[in-house]
Design a protein around this ligand. Structure first.
Ligand code: SF4
Length: 464
């Protein structure tokens, strides 16, 4: 199974709700638990002040991205890392391909990285004959199933424990009634050999401190630490928006991200990577490559409103709280980033036409903004993209005409009242069939009965 593209969102969402009710059950339970932990963790700190600080630091970096990128490159190079610049996904994959060929890489272990999903790293490496193994437990599970991730932080949260029991029984020979600990142990045993055999370790980067050239990675399982230290080569693919000015900023972001994502004060393991193994060190890779990836990010930065989405730290809190995401999980969104954050970055990164109708996959309730640790105004950005969609003629003609007519009527109170008194009596369905223009809306809803009096009449008479 692979992503089918945002254009199929409506069909895929409907299919998931209709044919896979168990997905909604798993997603809702997991996201509610994540969010409850976030609420608890934020209650332990002055979360509003932390969030203001995080918003300001990220906005500052984005306003001076060129300077910080140069500083980061200088520091990384001084630390002994090799820095590569990738304007597009193809550039990033070509860089990886060169490293693979230069070093005769046959097998790679991967730490969880949404950027690598965005770039299509696994498929590319496999096309070069490299055996690639995901080592995050959730990523490992979906790799065995041949599925893409359905959540930024919990890639397998659409699956139940029973789904995992069946999978591990088939693939790793565990009993069908194995406890989760036993399943994790079986995965650990299987992965150990892969870690020891791998020539190449691939990771993302949660943050990159410009002043010291430090790639910071946060995790709970220890697999990132192994992926970045056991193989002889480590490649970190880092989005250019991941910069922070100073290493001391990283400590604040690591805590805020963990609290927003899983409700932990900090992840179980934090790795700070500054370059390859030194002569007097006993472990670590011989080479560290840092690939700084643009892939649409500068285009997003150039948008006067939408640039704020680049503050995102990929915590997944907006997915966890979103009443729309909770119905389907991430696969329906059709590309790597799902939920509210996916809906606001897709138009710039994929192009608005290709991203349609994701900016509409929201009730605009605003819950996402309330939980965002870097205060991204998600509903405003959704409306921003909706306005652009209307300007570019990407919305259905009936909707555009209907809203134009409504806007005209709403400016003329007498006409509005007259139209209301007539339209109120038009039946929304005839002979059990919805009017064609309302067919989509009425698929999941029953027709409301028209009221005897209009709202204006009731208002004048005094609503009881
Ligand atoms: S938009 Fe905010 S809440 Fe959503 S993933 Fe990004 S940082 Fe987290």
């Amino acid at each position: 199974m692979s992503f089918t593209g945002p254009g199929n969102y409506r069909e895929e969402a409907a299919k998931t709700i209709r044919d896979k009710p168990e997905v909604r059950t798993s997603i809702t339970a997991a996201t509610r638990a994540f969010d409850a932990h976030r609420v608890h963790a934020w209650g332990q700190i002055d979360a509003d002040r932390w969030r203001d600080w995080a918003r300001d630091v990220k906005s500052h970096v984005l306003g001076h991205l060129d300077e910080y990128l140069e500083q980061a490159e200088e520091q990384l190079t001084a630390n002994g890392a090799r820095v590569h610049w990738a304007e597009t996904a193809e550039d990033a994959l070509a860089i990886l391909g060169d490293i693979v060929r230069e070093h005769g890489v046959e097998s790679a272990v991967k730490a969880k990285s949404m950027l690598s999903e965005e770039l299509g790293v696994n498929a590319h490496l496999e096309s070069l004959g490299v055996h690639v193994r995901e080592t995050d437990l959730g990523e490992y599970i979906i790799q065995l199933l041949g599925q893409p991730p359905s959540h930024i932080v919990g890639p397998a949260i659409h699956l139940s424990v029973d789904d995992c029991r069946r999978l591990f029984h088939e693939r790793l020979g565990t009993p069908l009634d194995a406890e989760p600990d036993e399943l994790a142990g079986a995965a650990r045993d299987a992965l150990r050999a892969e870690f020891l055999a791998a020539d190449l370790g691939i990771s993302g980067g949660n943050f990159l401190a410009a002043d010291t050239g430090t790639v910071a990675l946060i995790e709970n399982e220890g697999n990132i630490r192994l992926s970045t230290s056991l193989p002889r080569i480590h490649v970190a693919c880092v989005g250019i928006e991941k910069l922070v000015p100073k290493l001391e900023d990283v400590s604040g972001f690591l805590q805020l991200t963990a609290r927003a994502a899983t409700g932990q004060p900090i992840g179980n393991f934090v790795s700070l990577i500054q370059g390859p193994r030194k002569n007097d060190e006993v472990d670590g890779p011989e080479e560290v490559h840092v690939v700084l990836v643009d892939n649409g990010r500068t285009k997003l930065l150039a948008d006067d409103a939408a640039w704020e989405a680049l503050r995102c730290v990929r915590c997944g809190a907006c997915l966890n709280i979103c009443p729309v995401y909770r119905q389907t999980g991430g696969h329906a969104y059709g590309w790597t980033y799902s939920g509210p954050i996916g809906a606001i970055i897709a138009p710039a990164m994929l192009g608005l036409e290709e991203a349609m109708p994701l900016p509409y996959a929201s009730s605009l309730c605003g819950a996402c903004t309330d939980v965002c640790p870097v205060r991204i105004p998600i509903p405003e950005l959704l409306v921003h993209w909706r306005e652009k969609a209307v300007e570019q003629g990407l919305t259905p003609m009936t909707e555009t005409m209907g809203l134009k007519a409504y806007a005209k009527l709403a400016q003329k109170p007498d006409l509005f009242a007259a139209a209301g008194s007539v339209l109120r009596h038009v039946p929304l369905e005839l002979g059990g069939r919805a009017l064609p223009v309302l067919a989509g809306w009425m698929q999941e809803r029953s027709a409301p009965k028209s009221s005897k009096k209009s709202f204006l009449q009731m208002w004048k008479e005094g609503i009881e």
